[in-house]
Design a protein around this ligand. Sequence first.
Ligand code: UDP
Ligand code: MG
Length: 318
Amino acid sequence: MDISIVIPLLNEEESLPELSAWIRSVMEEHKFTYEIIFVDDGSSDKSWKVIEDLHRENPFVQGIRFRRNYGKSAALNVGFEQAQGDVVITMDADLQDSPDEIPELYRMIKEDGYDLVSGWKKVRYDSAVAKNIPSKFFNWTTRRISKIKLHDFNCGLKAYRNDVVKSIEVYGEMHRYIPVIAKWAGFTNIGEKTVKHRKRKFGTTKFGWSRFINGFLDLISISFVSKFGKKPMHFFGLLGTFAFLFGFMITAWLIIEKVTHLYTDLEHYRQVTDQPLFYLALLAMIFGLQLFLAGFLGEMISRNSSERNKYIVRERIL
Ligand code: UDP
Ligand code: MG
């Protein structure tokens, strides 16, 4: 099979028939063998019924339905597990992404050898104006942290080689950072294509302002997990040791000072607890110990994790 199109959706009943017909006409025009995998992320409208009808009409349409709303990342993850095509395309269900882009995305994966090609909505038609400035900031930060030169990380329209989607896991709200996840999994050949973006025709956006806060927290955790997730002690242990040693040295100094002054300088005598340094030392030692313990606990957890020896093998000679 040439192409799997994975489409996460939440309450998009009006858009689905048009989207499916459009994809079908593009696929048939280019003679692709394909499947459309609609992942219904707990819709409360008639989306699932629409998908059932579409499947009856066109056997290339498949559906997966969640029992409740788990989020776009979960929907993508399940779609990825199911996808059979050589090239996997993801797109939003709301008709904001154009299926006309699919043949070129397919070609870029197949012929130009990209692992992943991300769409870039160079001209955006989103309802909220405010969405544009924060999203520029986001893309800038993500670019800095990940060193991936993409303009638009969060574009719903992306293409992947099949083994890329089988090797990565998208959870939480990590769909915003799939290129970053892919890069850290070793798929570094990441391309970009400007894509046409359109106004939402039906329904409303499913992400409000919370997207920026969650997006930022996810960025922190993803960069942290990828750097230290498998070796928490290297981070916490190091910081903890430094903090503890720092506190310990101050304490030693305080003791030496106390003991020497005790005999020489009685008129300037002061309690150890009257000195700010004392509190600093106390804090540093307790803090250091805490960090060290956090690293140790992290290490125990990662030892017990089933993920601990999950590596992505590129090739084998047998
Ligand atoms: N979506 C989903 N689960 C959610 C939220 C959104 O599957 O919990 C789908 C939604 O139906 C759409 C895509 O994710 O197909 C993008 O969502 P939306 O268009 O609301 O985001 P925006 O275009 O405003 O960034
Ligand atoms: Mg949308």
